[in-house]
Write a protein that binds this ligand. Structure first.
Ligand code: SAM
Length: 199
């Protein structure tokens, strides 16, 4: 089953499944990362649109996702947000001109895109030369015990949700030609990280 089909299928229960982590962790990270942005923003893999409320009103946000059903939920969240537009699109083949956006954002997306390096190359291409790519993601830990757990749980997570727990996301960002300017470890040692990089 494709990633698209998996997310279409879990879209009705996605917010419920994530509710506890959203409440205790994700919500505060989203606010901290997004609430002082300005200019044009591309959000890749917006899902049910949990980030949308945190963008300042003067940001012009284009949010894309491969799953039309996830975007149906995002649309409900968008009421009164005239600065935001949604489009069904594959992150690996972005339909935008080079150097279009001040910021390109992903939150918990690089784990599920089938070819993350291809998608990151596209993010680099559409980001302005003086812009910033911001990735808030979970990834393979450098801690052996955590990596062991990630590897054990990975097949189950991929089967049900298309989510890879053990990707080397910082390496993927670098492979795509982005220059990391900041890497913050947020939780579970270095599983959850915030990475800012330049095209
Ligand atoms: C774990 S969800 C995260 C959703 C949202 N960013 C959040 O923070 O709650 C991953 C999202 O990435 C989307 N996705 C996966 N592969 C994609 C691709 N190739 N292009 C665009 N979106 C993709 C999925 O449809 C899903 O909505």
């Amino acid at each position: 089953m494709s990633v698209l089909s998996k997310y279409d299928r879990i879209s009705p229960i996605y917010d419920l499944m994530e509710a506890p982590v959203e409440l205790f962790l994700f919500r505060k990270w989203r606010r901290a990362v997004l609430s002082d942005l300005h200019g044009s923003v591309l959000e890749v893999g917006t899902g049910t649109g949990k980030n949308l409320e945190y963008y300042p009103k003067d940001c012009k946000v284009t949010a894309i996702d491969i799953s039309p059903k996830m975007l149906e939920h995002a649309k409900k969240r968008m009421a009164g947000m005239d600065n935001i537009s949604l489009q069904v699109m594959d992150a690996e083949l972005l339909a935008f001109a080079d150097n279009s956006f001040d910021y390109v954002i992903t939150t918990f997306v690089l784990c599920s895109i089938p070819n993350p390096v291809a998608a990151l190359r596209e993010m680099r291409r559409v980001c302005k030369p003086d812009g910033l790519v911001i990735n808030l993601e979970h990834m393979r830990s450098s801690n052996r015990m955590l990596t062991f757990l990630e590897n054990v749980l990975n097949p189950i997570s991929v089967f049900f949700m298309g989510v890879n727990l053990n990707r080397k996301t910082v390496e993927n960002i670098k492979k795509a030609g982005l220059s990391v300017v900041e890497e913050k470890h947020l939780a579970l040692r270095d599983v959850f990280r915030l990475i800012r990089s330049k095209p």
